[in-house]
Design a protein around this ligand. Structure first.
Ligand code: XIL
Length: 367
C-alpha cells in the first residue's frame, strides 16, 4: 500500500510508477521537479512538517506544494493543542492543515497520538490517578475525527534506557496509568478506528556511535520484538533523525545493520523528522551548507539503501520556520540563525536540498 504515491500520481497525472522505468521517469524530471517528485520516481515519498499559520504565506505554501507529497502537523495535532480543556476538543487549526493538503493533492501524516510531552495538564492528572481510559479515548477520537489521515505516529518516544527499567521504557504518565502494555493498547485503539491506516512507532536518538544511541537501538529492537510477538498492530517505525554535526560519528554499516533488524521484523521504516543542527559549524554560509549537505547525504545514502525505508519527512522545509531556532541547545554561539533544512529562508534551494534529491535519485527503486 502506498497511499501518498497513488494519490498524487493520479492528481498530477504522472503515472510514473505505472511506467515502471526509472529512466523514463528521470527524463521527465525538470528543474521544477520538487523533492517529492524525485522521490516518487523510485517509489519513495518526501514530506515536511508544517504549522498552519506559515502556510498562509504564499512563497512558503508554494514551496510546500512544489516539494512535498506529504505534510505533518508540527504541533497542531498534539493532545495539548487539541484538548486543552477536558472534553472540549478543538480541531480548528489542525483541520486547516488537512484542508490545505486536500486542496493541493497532498497527504497528511498524523503526529503524535501518545507522547509524554504536550499532554494537557488535566490529562496528566487523570493518568496519574490511573484513569486509564483517557488515553484510549483520545486515540480513538483523533483517528475517527481525521478519517482522511491514513498514516499515524501512534506512540512517540516511549523508550528511555536511562530510566533504569529492564524493559527500557520511559517513565511517563501513560506507563503509570496502564503499565507497559499502554503501547499495545494505543495501537489497538488506533486500529479499531482505522483498519487500513499505517500505524507507526516513532522515536529519536539512534544515529551515532555513542553509548546512549547504541543502548537506544537495542532497546528499540527489543520493544519491537515484544510488540510483534504479542501481535500488536504496528506497521512501521519512524526514526526522527534530528542529526547533529558535533563530532559524533555516524557509521553507515552499523546503522544499516540496525535498519535491517527492523526490516527483518517485517516493519516498514520512515525517516520522520530529519533536520541537522549546525551549532558548532563555521559562520560562513557556503562552508556550513556544504558540511550540512554532506552529512545529510551520507545519512540518507545509508538509509535509502534499505528497501524497507519507504519515505523521508524533514522537520520543516525552509530555514524560515524551524523549531531549532527556539531551542537553546540548538542555538549557535555567534547568534546566527541556524540552517537545518533543505530551503533557505527565502525558499531558495540549498546544497542540502540537492543532497536529498541525489539520495532519492540514487536509491534502489521500490516496487
Ligand atoms: C516539536 C515542534 O517542532 C515544536 O514546534 C513543539 O513546540 C514541540 O515539539 N520530537 C517530536 C516532535 O516528535 O513532535 C517535536 O516537535 C520535536 C522532537
Amino acid at each position: 500500500m502506498h497511499p501518498f504515491v497513488t494519490r498524487r500520481q493520479v492528481l498530477l497525472g504522472g503515472g510514473l510508477a505505472l511506467l515502471g522505468a526509472q529512466r523514463a521517469a528521470l527524463a521527465l524530471e525538470s528543474d521544477d521537479s520538487g523533492l517529492a517528485r524525485i522521490a516518487r520516481t523510485n517509489g519513495l515519498f518526501y514530506g515536511a512538517a508544517v504549522n498552519s499559520a506559515p502556510l498562509t504565506a504564499s512563497d512558503f505554501s508554494k514551496a510546500v506544494i512544489r516539494d512535498a507529497d506529504v505534510i505533518v502537523p508540527e504541533w497542531e495535532m498534539k493532545w495539548g493543542a487539541i484538548e486543552k480543556v477536558r472534553g472540549d476538543r478543538q480541531y480548528g487549526t489542525s483541520q486547516r492543515i488537512v484542508h490545505f493538503a486536500k486542496a493541493h493533492g497532498l497527504s497528511v501524516r498524523g503526529h503524535a497520538l501518545v507522547w509524554h510531552r504536550n499532554i494537557p495538564a488535566w490529562a496528566v492528572e487523570a493518568l496519574n490517578n490511573k484513569e486509564y481510559a483517557v488515553m484510549q479515548r483520545h486515540v480513538r477520537s483523533m483517528v475517527a475525527n481525521f478519517g482522511a489521515v491514513r498514516d499515524w505516529d501512534v506512540v512517540n518516544e516511549a523508550i528511555e534506557p536511562t530510566h533504569d527499567r529492564s524493559d527500557n521504557l520511559r517513565r511517563s504518565p501513560f506507563l503509570t496509568a496502564l503499565g507497559p502494555d499502554y503501547i499495545g493498547e494505543a495501537f489497538r485503539s488506533a486500529r479499531a478506528e482505522s483498519p487500513g491506516a499505517r500505524l507507526v512507532y516513532n522515536d529519536f536518538g539512534f544515529e551515532y556511535e555513542i553509548d546512549t544511541h547504541r543502548a537506544r537501538r537495542r532497546a528499540l529492537i527489543r520493544l519491537l520484538e515484544r510488540l510483534k510477538t504479542t501481535s500488536v498492530p504496528i506497521d512501521a517505525v519512524g526514526l526522527q533523525a534530528h542529526l547533529v554535526t558535533r563530532g559524533l560519528k555516524f557509521d553507515p554499516a552499523a546503522y544499516a545493520a540496525f535498519l535491517k533488524e527492523i526490516a527483518d521484523l517485517d516493519l516498514k521504516i520512515i525517516i520522520t523528522e530529519l533536520d541537522i543542527q549546525d551549532t558548532d559549524l563555521p559562520a560562513s554560509i557556503g562552508e556550513r551548507d556544504r558540511i550540512l549537505a554532506d552529512e545529510t547525504g551520507r545519512y540518507l545514502d545509508a538509509v535509502l539503501a534499505q528497501p524497507a525505508v519507504i519515505g523521508v519527512v524533514t522537520w520543516g522545509l525552509s530555514d524560515r520556520h524551524t523549531w531549532l531556532n527556539s531551542d537553546p541547545k540548538a542555538k549557535r554561539p555567534d547568534g546566527l540563525p541556524s540552517r537545518p533544512l533543505p530551503l533557505d529562508d527565502r525558499m531558495e534551494r540549498k546544497p542540502m536540498w540537492s543532497a536529498i534529491a541525489n539520495a532519492f535519485r540514487n536509491a534502489p527503486e521500490r516496487s
